[in-house]
Design a protein around this ligand. Structure first.
Ligand code: GEK
Length: 243
């Protein structure tokens, strides 16, 4: 697939509106996420490896906030147990429509169901692996505890939740260091200062990061027996939580 370049924020916008996962974003999404999230490719391939280790025969594996299905494809390529299915969910119709075509062009054997639903209303059951790769950060903070509790309740013993998030930091100094390092990463990937600042404003009310400690406390409160941060590059991290 040829990647279309993301230049959505390249020219000055007259009016700043909140970021939405619409057709324009879908069109450039693979380029946007790779140039914006440090370690994205490493995360995708290693989530497949982790999923293969924890997927249980006769269970469901979930990709919540699947976008174009990168995590789904990585899990599908690696999972070898019998009678396992992948359920991929996103509430952007434009994302799901495009993901359908991408998944249809893949010929690995694990069955995949794509659902256009709000993950806050979606039932998780009989799950051995649940992945939220940069999705919880878009859920209203007041709904996050209930969502994590619901996921925990729908998981099998021995199951794992893989949660990747943009992080916030306790101290002003730490926050400044990680924010600047991330902006340097984006500049090195060809984004201008105008693009960085306009995207930042568009995401301000939409992407709400929390600290690693807040995530780990929420997971413990929901009942997960332990959680480990298995990946971090600048202010982007991934946690694996064990039931
Ligand atoms: C990847 N995981 O490529 N219900 C369902 N989906 C939602 C909701 C919701 N309430 N809120 C947001 N989303 C992907 C990347 S992107 C991350 C995930 C990013 C969806 C939203 O439509 C979008 O597709 C996705 O969550 C977040 O590994 O763009 O930074």
């Amino acid at each position: 697939m040829i990647k279309k370049a993301d230049n959505i924020f390249a020219t000055p916008l007259e009016q700043m509106v909140d970021f939405r996962f619409d057709e324009r974003v879908v069109d450039v999404f693979p380029d946007m996420i790779q140039r914006s999230v440090p370690g994205y490719g490493t995360l995708i391939s290693n989530i497949g490896i982790l999923a293969a280790r924890y997927a249980q025969a006769g269970s469901n594996c979930y990709d919540l906030g699947c976008s174009l299905g990168a995590v789904t494809l990585s899990m599908r390529q690696r999972i070898k147990v019998e009678n396992c299915q992948i359920i991929a969910v996103d509430n952007s119709a434009a994302m799901i429509e495009r993901a359908q075509k991408i998944i249809a062009a893949d010929n690995n054997r694990v069955p995949v169901s794509l659902c256009c639903e709000d993950i806050n209303q979606f039932s998780v059951e009989n799950a051995s692996v649940v992945v939220m790769n940069f999705t919880l950060q878009f859920i209203a903070p007041m709904l996050r505890d209930a969502l994590i509790q619901h996921i925990y309740q729908g998981m099998k013993p021995g199951g794992v939740l893989i949660l990747s998030e943009k992080l916030a930091f306790e101290s002003v100094e730490q926050q400044a260091f990680f924010t600047e390092a991330h902006h340097d990463f984006k500049r090195a990937n060809g984004y201008s200062d105008l693009e960085i600042s306009q995207k930042r404003s568009a995401l301000e009310n939409v992407l709400i990061p929390e600290t690693l400690a807040v995530h780990q406390q929420r997971l413990a409160n929901a009942g997960f027996s332990s959680s480990e941060c298995w990946f971090q590059c600048f202010n982007f991290a991934s946690i694996i939580a064990f039931k």
